[in-house]
Design a protein around this ligand. Sequence first.
Ligand code: PLP
Length: 445
Amino acid sequence: MVSSIESSVGIERKVVTELPGPKSRALHERRRAVVSAGLTVGFPIYIERAEGAILRDVDGNQILDLGSGIAVISVGHAVPEIIDAVSAQVAAFTHTCFMVTPYESYVEVCEELAAVTPGDFAKTSVLINSGSEAVENAVKVARLATGRQAIVVFDHAYHGRTNLTMALTAKNMPYKDRFGPFAPEIYRAPMSYPFRDGLSGAEAAERAIKYIETQVGAANVAGLLIEPIQGEGGFVVPADGFLPALSAWTTKNGVVFIADEIQSGFCRSGDWFAVNHEGVVPDMVVTAKGLAGGMPLAALTGRAELMNAVHEGGLGGTFGGNPVAAAAALATIKTMRDRNLVARAREIGEVVLSKLRSLQQDVAIIGEVRGRGAMIAMELVVPGTKDPNAAAAKAVVNYCNQQGVIALVCGTYGNVIRLLPPLVITDEQLADGLGVVAAAVRSAG
Ligand SMILES: *Cc1c(COP(=O)(O)O)cnc(C)c1O
C-alpha cells in the first residue's frame, strides 16, 4: 500500500503553488454561477486524488488531511480493500431498493452493527443515507416504542440540519437561523462541560436530571439523545460519571438512551464507540461518518424490542443501505479490525495530547486540550481569561491551510481547533502535521 501511495500521490505534504492554486481558484469562481451561496467552503482547493492521509489538488499540491472529511475517512483515502469491494459491487448491481428486492450485504452490515455496538442483547438496525436521517429515525422509534413524545438533548449538541434535527441542534448560526419553525417537544438540558462549568460528572448529571424532572417530567420523556463526545459543539468531553449517571436515570425511568456516535464512533475515540470508555450501554446507537469509508451510509441500531415495535413499512427509504455503500461498510469494518485501528487511534491520541499539552505550557491562548483517541481539540481563549478566542482559531486554521495542512474549527463559540486525522496516518505525517499546527498556534498567540 505504501508503495502505491508513493507511486501515485506521494506520501509527503508538498506545496507547489500559492494556496489555493490557479486551477482551484478558477474552479471556485466557476462554482458561483451554479452552486448555492448557502454552502461555505473552508479551504477551496479542488481535489483530484487522495491516498492515505494525503489529498492532491488540481494544481499538484499535496495536502496533509487532519480532518478526514469531518471524521469520515478514518480508514484513510483509497484503501485497496474498499476499492475492490466497491468496484465489484458496482459491476454486480448498484441498486434494487432493499424494500423491493433485498440483498445479502444489507443483512451483513446489520450483523456487523449488532456485533460491534455495545450491549449483549438482541439488536436490529435500519440503514439510511445520512447522520441526520439516522437521528430522525431514532426519534421516531423512541416515540413509538415508549408512547411518549419529549426528546431531551443538550447544550452545544449537534445532530444535523434536517427540520427535526435542526430542532435538536443547539447552535443558531449558521445551522438554524431563520429556518424555523422547528419541531416541538424538544427540551435542552445543561451539558457537562468541565472547562467551563467546573462540575464533576455527578454534579453535572444531577443538574441535568433536576432540569428534566422539573421542567419536562420523566414520564413524558421518550428519549435522551446525547453525543458521548460532542463534535461540532467543541469536542466537549463530559466529566467522568456524567454519562453513566444519565444512563442509569434513563433505565430507571423507562427512557430510551440514544447515543449519537456519528462523529465519535467506529474507532475514532480509541474504542469502537466513545460510550465504551465508561462502560455505558445505550439502548440505541446512531452511526454514520466513519462507517463506510467515505460512501454515504448511516445506521440506527437498537434493542430489538424497541426497533421491532415499529409497524411494517414504518421505516425505510429509497436509497437506504445502498449495496455499494453496504459493500464499502463491510470492507471498512474489516479494515478497522485487520489493522487494529482502535489501538492506532489510541496511539495517535497519546502523541497529539502530549504535543499539544506541552505547547500549552508556553502559549497563553490554549485554554484547554481535550479529547480521546484520534479526536483531540484545543479550546482557544483570550490569554488570562476563558473568553473564547474565535479570531485565533481562524488564524490557526488559515496558517495550517497555507502550509498545506487541513485542520477544522468547531465549537459553539467558534474557538476550538479539532484534529481528526485518518487513523492510518503515518508517524512521520503526524509529526509533520503537528509541527505545522504548533507553529500556527505560536504565530496566532
Ligand atoms: C455530522 C453529524 C451529524 C449529522 O450527520 P449528516 O450525515 O451530516 O446528516 C449528526 N450528529 C453528529 C454528532 C455529527 O457529527
